[in-house]
Design a protein around this ligand. Structure first.
Ligand SMILES: Nc1ncnc2c1ncn2[C@@H]1O[C@H](COP(=O)(O)OP(=O)(O)O)[C@@H](O)[C@H]1O
Ligand SMILES: [Mg+2]
Length: 292
């Protein structure tokens, strides 16, 4: 499914500034990565696309159809996993998914059973059916959330910061699960961690303070800093100079000596070596450099 976000602006009733300011994004099939710091507007945008909330201005189209005028049709092909989900803690996964099926209007008992079995298999929760959701780990809850979002076999999945709070193993499992279910679907996935989208998405959007800082292919995004990335290990004074003169994308202290990665047209010091840019470098550069 194709989703066109056109000139979306959002002002919250008690908001001090625009949460979104004239956002334009086109999203096609596959996994689309929405990346931005806390407060960038990711959740706001996802809630608007998921028809949970109205925009102040602008329109959204899916396959050429206006979203608000065709809400029911869009919702029937949508799965949404909010940033914080409180799944029924006293239910087990089967009871919970049965409840979701009923909410979705799936009346036939046999069909419900089939869909539930499939969903549990897809997200790898076979063997965990008897446990109450209140006893699930963070990663298992996220998987249960995906099972819930998948139950109606949606064409569009909106997933808001699903990796936050997961341990490394659970996170990897979850990212693999996403690429597994991406086939023939449009997945919009938000995160504040570049490593999440490093291997998952080809198309990305960098959102900052409600505005699109970059939209396009991930490889082109990284290319913006290629040939301009340097690394210098030296003194604190040299670190300060580089922070003033260049755009610093990271500083790592190795045995007390700052190792500074920076973007510049030419190397600033003799000790600087040319390095291959990472997605993180490109991202921090797009946001104007590291903060103190
Ligand atoms: N209900 C609300 N009322 C007022 N301001 C809000 C509300 N929700 C979010 N905001 C503000 O809108 C901006 C974007 O928030 P959000 O969409 O949650 O960002 P993100 O998900 O990227 O962290 C922030 O400045 C936030 O403080
Ligand atoms: Mg958010």
């Amino acid at each position: 499914m194709k989703i066109e976000i056109k000139n979306i602006t959002k002002i919250y009733p008690r908001g001090k500034k625009k949460a979104l300011n004239g956002v334009n994004i086109e999203i096609g099939q596959g996994i689309f990565g929405l990346i931005g710091r806390n407060g960038a507007g990711k959740t706001t945008l996802m809630r608007i696309v998921a028809t949970i909330m109205d925009a102040t201005e602008g329109e959204i189209y899916f396959d050429g159809k206006e979203l608000k005028a065709n809400k029911d049709e869009f919702r029937s092909s949508l799965g949404y996993l909010p940033q914080s989900t409180k799944l029924m803690p006293r239910m087990n996964i089967v009871e919970f998914l049965d409840y979701v099926c009923i909410l979705k209007g799936i009346k036939d008992k046999k069909e419900r059973k089939e869909r539930i079995t499939n969903a549990i298999e897809t997200v790898g929760l076979v063997g965990e059916e008897k446990k109450r959701l209140g006893k699930y780990s963070g990663g298992m809850l996220r998987r249960a959330g995906i099972a819930q979002a998948l139950i109606g076999d949606p064409k569009v999945l909106i997933i808001d910061e699903p990796t936050t709070g997961l341990d490394p193993e659970e996170r990897l499992y979850f990212l693999n699960l996403l690429s597994k279910i991406a086939m023939e679907r449009t997945i919009i996935f938000s995160t504040h961690i570049t490593a999440d989208i490093e291997h998952l998405c080809n198309n990305i959007c960098v959102l900052e303070q409600g505005e699109v800082k970059y939209l396009g292919e991930k490889s082109n995004f990284i290319d913006r800093v290629s040939g301009k990335m340097f690394e210098h290990t030296g003194t604190k004074e040299e670190e300060e100079m580089l922070r003033r003169e260049a755009v610093v994308t990271s500083v790592a202290y190795i045995d007390g000596s700052p190792c500074v990665r920076y973007v510049a047209e030419k190397p600033f010091t003799e000790k600087s070596i040319s390095v291959t840019p990472t997605l993180e470098d490109a991202y921090i550069y797009a946001l104007g450099g590291v903060k103190r």
